[in-house]
Ligand binder design. Structure first.
Ligand code: HEM
Length: 513
């Protein structure tokens, strides 16, 4: 390293330290009335206290000491953690005009461009426009029901694959199905069975998004001035990485969008979100928003439903009595001469309760997606400063014994009325899909997708003998989950066998149809 480069590095380090000291001093001064929390180290605050995986469990534990509304500081960034439904509702729902921003992420948002995708989009007019476009297609159960033929068709293809290769890799089978469903809905694009280029491109871009969105992974998120460092600058490999990822992100949204335009020009487009929106002759600005909203459906919808569907399969293996009860209900309503459809599910209260319990028992997004506050707020005597990150510990709320009886047991009955006037417990959809103006726009699509998979799989298959990747039998006490933003069951296998010769014939008939 030359002496001038060394000198510059020293200047950068000194500036970094100065910014951290000033920021911490300002926060300390204002910190007095912030919600309570563990005292952190000078400068870095609580950054070393937060575990990188399963942080929701640590937050729940801290909540026992500091209360359901607490705060920490990460490298000068204040973060409020909510551990109760009451505070989540009071702040994120009732004061949603204030609490609906997203944290400003410079690497993931500005540099890689994920702030153009709904989930990281800052609160404002563009955000409202994306939500409006999505609501036209996904905003009600009725509008989503237009896609049930696609969902049922892709689910019956899953049944065929599971019949032919019962020992195949479950997550990749489920991922293939959900990827195909969201690509059909967004673009009318039917992916290839193996190595589809669009699925590969989207998976790569979303993996890269998870990497760059990790809190504290890139210094530029702590010291925004680093965004001006040119990519040729020594040590600016992170900037070159960001620019390469940005190119992938652009391709992920532009390639399928162009596919729809070509199909429309040729008169062969399959109806989809994009074709419906383009039919209104949008302006170039509107067309850009359509392109990015469609990419938001893909990036929001693919991995989340995979997690819920894997949880369903695991839970059926762990709780055979629940599985048998759901199968009895299916047999009553559908019989044995055809596969169920989504329309049948309306007559199955127990299966609907199984779906609610899947959402509650394991959270797809245990800490939700962080909100950010647009201006200072005072709540219950505490200051929540402008720009604070606000995280709802959904895992904690959905396992709160005050709300859910015996919360670690998978018990769908909790959502059904019972003898002696027993009322169902709180509907987990009020929590699992987030809050306020950022509530998940895929809530109806998720419900139709997961319930269709549950009904079709249980009508023809028995699921048993779940084991972890080392072959150790799983039981309710040792089933584990991954620790990232979207949490999945840890890798497991199970036996998936046709319930009867007739069930097998039904699956094969669906494959030929
Ligand atoms: C069981 C499945 C799913 C669960 C549990 C789930 C959960 C969530 C949660 C907790 C959030 C954050 C809400 C907040 O900030 O308060 C969210 C946001 C989002 N979800 Fe889902 N989701 C699921 C499926 C889907 C599907 C199928 C789609 C496809 C359209 C989707 C698209 C999105 C998008 C685009 C956002 C960002 C919304 C915004 O920032 O305004 N999700 N989801």
């Amino acid at each position: 390293m030359g002496s001038s480069t060394l000198l510059t590095a020293w200047h950068v380090a000194a500036a970094v330290l100065f910014v951290l000291i000033v920021r911490t001093a300002i926060l300390r001064k204002r910190r007095g009335p912030m919600p309570p929390g563990p005292s952190g180290w000078p400068i870095i605050g609580n950054a070393l206290d937060v575990p990188t995986a399963h942080s929701w469990k640590a937050f729940a534990k801290w909540g026992e000491q500091w209360g359901d509304l607490m705060s920490i500081v990460l490298l000068g960034q204040p973060m409020v953690i909510i551990n109760s439904y009451k505070h989540a509702y009071e702040l994120l729902e009732k004061r949603s005009a204030l609490y609906s921003d997203r944290p400003h992420m410079i690497m993931a948002g500005e540099i890689v461009g994920w702030d153009q995708i709904l989930v990281l989009q800052r609160y404002g007019s563009q955000f409202r426009e994306y939500r409006r476009l999505m609501a036209r297609v996904l905003g009600s159960r009725k509008s989503v029901e237009a896609f049930t033929p696609v969902i049922e068709e892709q689910t019956s293809q899953l049944l065929v694959r599971l019949l032919r290769e019962p020992k195949s890799d479950l997550p990749s089978q489920i991922r293939k199905m959900t990827g195909a469903i969201v690509l059909m809905i967004s673009y009318g694009y039917q992916p290839q069975e193996e190595d589809d280029p669009l699925i590969k491109m989207a998976e790569e871009a979303t993996e890269q998004a998870a990497e760059v969105a990790q809190p504290g992974a890139f210094l530029v998120d702590v010291f925004p001035f680093l965004r001006y460092v040119p990519s040729w600058f020594p040590g600016a490999g992170w900037k070159r990485k960001g620019e390469a990822y940005r190119e992938n992100m652009n391709q992920m949204s532009a390639v399928p969008h162009q596919f729809v335009k070509n199909q429309m020009a040729a008169g062969t487009a399959i109806p989809s979100f994009t074709s419906a929106m383009l039919a209104d002759n949008p302006s170039p600005e509107e067309e850009y928003r359509i392109q990015m909203s469609a990419a938001s459906i893909y990036s929001g919808g693919a991995d989340t439903t995979v997690s819920a569907e894997l949880t369903f399969i695991l839970a059926m293996g762990l709780w055979p009595a629940v599985q048998r009860k759901a199968q009895a209900e299916l047999d009553d309503v559908v019989g044995h001469d055809r596969l169920p459809t989504y329309a049948d599910v309306a007559q199955m209260p127990y299966l609907n309760a199984v779906y609610l319990e899947i959402l509650r028992w394991n959270q797809v997004v245990p800490l939700g997606v962080p909100h950010a506050i647009l201006d200072d707020d005072v709540y219950e005597g505490y200051l929540i400063p402008k720009g604070s990150i606000v995280c709802v510990n959904q895992w904690k709320i959905l396992h709160d014994p005050e709300i859910y009886n015996d919360p670690f047991t998978f018990n769908p009955e909790r959502f059904l009325p019972g003898p002696n006037g027993k009322q169902p417990e709180m509907d987990p959809r009020k929590i699992a899909f987030g809050f306020g103006r950022r509530i998940c726009p895929g809530v109806h699509l998720a419900e139709v997708s997961v319930l269709t998979v549950a009904a079709m799989m249980l009508s023809v298959f028995n699921i048993s003998n779940p084991q972890n990747k080392d072959g150790i039998p799983l039981h309710p006490g040792n089933a584990e989950y991954t620790g990232g933003t979207i949490s999945h069951p840890s890798p497991f296998t199970c036996d998936i066998a046709p319930r009867s010769a007739k069930a097998k014939a039904l699956i094969l008939a669906a494959a030929r149809a």
